[in-house]
Design a protein around this ligand. Structure first.
Ligand code: UN1
Length: 517
């Protein structure tokens, strides 16, 4: 179900831009200060994927800009690390408040620039606010363990110190939340940072940075969060090789992560990689099918299939296959596609033409390999923009193409005989981010969650694969990269551990009973 030619009200665009301080030409470089936008410098245009129209221009950062922003982050680190962690937490609390104030406008900007439907645009800003709240609390909980020393009158404990300048590379699909997961936590841990956002989501990055800069300015702490923007991967490559950045946190494709990870490892830096997913839902014969259908639909169609947690494969027990497939196909046909800012739209556009082509290629290849197209499979013409139909392809056994992640709403459905077969099929891909089972049975659920169950970083029961809360550690295994961001004890990736032993006695006993001098 598609709506007509999309028109974005000019006044709407203007009000978002006014509130967030955006204009026709925007500077993409911010360190201690915002660099002035020189309209003659190299530009990058930000497009609205729902209409194909240009939204605004962004001035790219040069290599000198990168140098300056990085040096300023290094300088800022010297002060920032001295501030007690709860004081840093207080600044992040104020940052969360500032995002709260602008939630509506920021949500709309996500819709305009990356095509998120209204509730998902707002949801992403909420994720930013939530992680700021989390980081504020965390600033009083950067706990280290204490140990009992084997030596008399000795004390042993561990403490955590910040790393320095953290390089943050983010993707277009979560243009603010993934930055916030990294930056809010890195900041309370005492780090400063340089952010290189996706070249497809630059305005959102600039708006986020403007607000952060304003809050930091009130505390004389600009330089803690820096921004550079480039058209291509050149600055990302520089960051990976930059010894001044002890940690690179990168979100994006597997090939990107493979490159970044190797370059960072070569210089003994740390990397935190959050890469591709190929997430599956297993539906057992005892599942609540209505629940399963809602979980699958949101997981597979939400964000137009452009989440790293998107549901891409369903393994359904053959006893309930027909019922599930019939109901799901019927539900897919009612999904309103169109202007992401219209009330009622559930699916917006893909990010660009390249994604539409990848979608078409995958749909054709899946059919060539024996998949049966049940619904969707075509581009949707709304007079501009990158729209496609949400698609279901039924297969009798896993196809080769199902090993790959295509960032589009394509869902494969495959029958299984047992929970064991579902788990085998699910795990038999190179990626390991998110997974789920729908079942009313304790045995199925526990098998799925056992050590011989799902091999993913996220495993859910009666919940889809996407839409994780910030409180848990987010990330996955295998080609997903192994990094963990956001909640739980993910903060440890942004700090260095120091083991300290103190002797308060008058002798110098050696460990392991060694005698010397
Ligand atoms: C991503 O797609 O990179 O769990 C992040 C989710 C969101 C985050 C997705 N909270 O779907």
């Amino acid at each position: 179900m598609a709506s007509n030619v999309i028109q974005i009200q000019k006044s709407e665009l203007e009000s978002v831009f006014n509130e967030l301080g955006l204009s026709a030409v925007n500077s993409g470089t911010c360190g201690k200060e915002w660099k002035k936008a020189d309209p003659k410098a190299e530009k990058l245009t930000s497009y609205n994927p729902a209409t194909g129209e240009a939204l605004a221009d962004v001035i790219c950062s040069t290599e000198e800009d990168y140098e300056k922003v990085t040096q300023e982050a290094q300088e800022a680190f010297k002060e920032w690390r001295k501030l007690p962690a709860p004081k840093r937490g207080e600044i992040i609390r104020q940052l969360g408040e500032a995002y709260r104030e602008h939630k509506e406008a920021l949500g709309k900007l996500h819709s305009l620039e990356v095509g998120k439907i209204t509730s998902e645009g707002l949801g992403e800003v909420q994720e930013v606010i939530d992680i700021c709240d989390f980081a504020t609390g965390l600033s009083r909980q950067l706990y280290g363990l204490t140990m009992h020393s084997e030596r008399p009158e000795h004390r042993m404990y561990e403490q955590w110190h910040p790393l320095g300048v953290v390089g943050i590379i983010t993707a277009f699909n979560f243009p603010s939340a993934v930055w916030a997961w990294n930056s809010a936590i890195a900041a309370v841990c005492g780090n400063t940072m340089v952010w290189k956002p996706s070249e497809k989501a630059t305005l959102t990055a600039i708006a986020m940075q403007r607000i952060a800069h304003r809050v930091l300015e009130q505390h004389g702490m600009t330089g803690v969060m820096g921004l550079v923007i480039s058209k291509d991967k050149s600055l990302g490559e520089k960051m990976a090789a930059d010894k001044r950045m002890p940690l690179i946190s990168a979100t994006g494709s597997v090939p990107m992560g493979r490159e970044v990870g190797q370059v960072v490892a070569k210089r003994f830096g740390k990397s935190l990689l959050e890469l591709g997913g190929n997430n599956a839902i297993i539906v057992m014969d005892d599942a609540d099918l209505d629940l399963a259908i809602r979980g699958i639909a949101f997981g597979a169609v939400g964000t137009a299939g452009q989440r790293c947690t998107t549901t891409r494969r369903v393994f359904v027990h053959k006893k309930v296959q027909k019922e599930l497939v019939d109901k799901l196909v019927a539900a897919y046909k009612t999904i309103p596609i169109g202007n992401p800012m219209d009330n009622g739209t559930l699916m917006g556009p893909l990010i660009d033409e390249g994604s539409v082509q990848a979608y078409e290629k995958t749909v054709a290849e899946a059919q060539k390999q024996g998949g049966k197209l049940l619904t969707g499979g075509k581009r949707v013409d709304l007079g501009g923009g990158s729209f496609v139909e949400p698609t279901i392809i039924e297969v009798s056994k896993p196809l080769d193409i199902m090993q790959h992640e295509t960032f589009a709403p394509i869902l494969y459905i495959c029958p299984i005989d047992s929970i064991e077969q579902g788990i085998d099929f699910q795990n038999d891909v190179p990626q390991g981010l998110s997974s789920a089972v729908f079942t009313e049975g304790m045995k199925n659920a526990e098998q799925f969650l056992s050590a011989w169950g799902s091999d993913c970083g996220i495993a859910n029961v009666n919940i889809g694969t996407s839409g994780a809360e910030i409180g848990g550690a987010f990330g996955g295994e295998k080609e997903t990269g192994g990094g963990r961001e956001s909640g739980s004890d993910s903060w440890k990736a942004y700090m260095r551990r120091q083991t300290c032993t103190l002797n308060y006695g008058k002798s110098l006993p050696l460990a392991q009973g060694v005698e010397f001098l």
